[in-house]
Design a protein. Structure first.
Length: 226
């Protein structure tokens, strides 16, 4: 894997959460009448000694999910697959650092997010509601120690992916699903976008208006090993 930039990047539980990454093994039913609408999934479970395993998944409509493809502007496929020489990678890293410095000055809401190092992060859990996307990421390493960062994006919509595809990606269960790189950007409508590249080739983003960041302690035992 080519040299990567260790880049940078917002509490729960909150009542009303109806989508969770823990339902990856459940058969999901999409919405035929509103194919462009976002889908909210709810897993209804009963105690094993009462009604057995989890029951069916309830589906209802919620805020639309953007159909625009999420495209990394800086840390593209070419940046990661070895096609760019070291000098070209240095230019990308330099340009993104300059861009991020400008964002910090002009968008105070992004400061805590922009100071995070999410390289090699693992998703521990995620939740999606009508206008909020929240997830907990395990960050750090054995040398520096581990932390859990809870990021809550408000006035949010997924970009380049929908809830079904996010469940299928198994980001919260796979040991190989690590965050390779991420980038922050400002949108023309006054919101922001956080884009992600997960190993080996999953890209998507979250467009949002506000973001909250909470850091919690963690240990090496929280990390999934392949």
């Amino acid at each position: 894997m080519p040299r990567l930039l260790a880049t940078l990047r917002a509490s729960w539980p909150v009542a009303g959460t109806v989508v969770t990454g823990a339902i990856a093994a459940t058969q999901l039913t999409g919405c035929v009448s509103h194919p462009s609408a976002g889908t909210v999934y709810e897993k209804r479970c009963e105690e094993a000694d009462r009604r057995g395993p989890c029951q069916d998944v309830a589906v209802r409509h919620t805020a639309p999910v953007s159909q625009e493809r999420a495209t990394m502007k800086w840390f593209t496929f070419a940046f990661h697959d070895g096609r760019l020489p070291d000098r070209a990678q240095d230019v990308v890293i330099r340009d993104y650092r300059r861009h991020l410095r400008d964002l910090r000055r002009t968008a105070l809401v992004l400061r805590a997010l922009a100071e995070l190092n999410l390289h090699d992060a693992q998703v521990q859990r995620w939740h999606l509601t009508d206008a909020q996307f929240r997830w907990s990421l395990l960050i750090g390493d054995l040398e520096s120690g581990y932390q859990l960062v809870d990021i809550s994006y408000r006035a949010a919509s997924l970009v380049g992916i929908d809830a079904r595809a996010l469940v299928a990606a198994q980001l919260d269960t796979s040991a190989d699903a690590e965050l390779v790189s991420d980038e922050l950007d400002a949108l023309d409508d006054g919101r922001f976008e956080h884009r992600f590249r997960f190993w080996p080739e999953l890209e998507f983003g979250v467009a949002f208006g506000q973001v909250d960041v909470t850091l919690l302690s963690a240990s090496s035992q929280d990390r999934r090993m392949s």
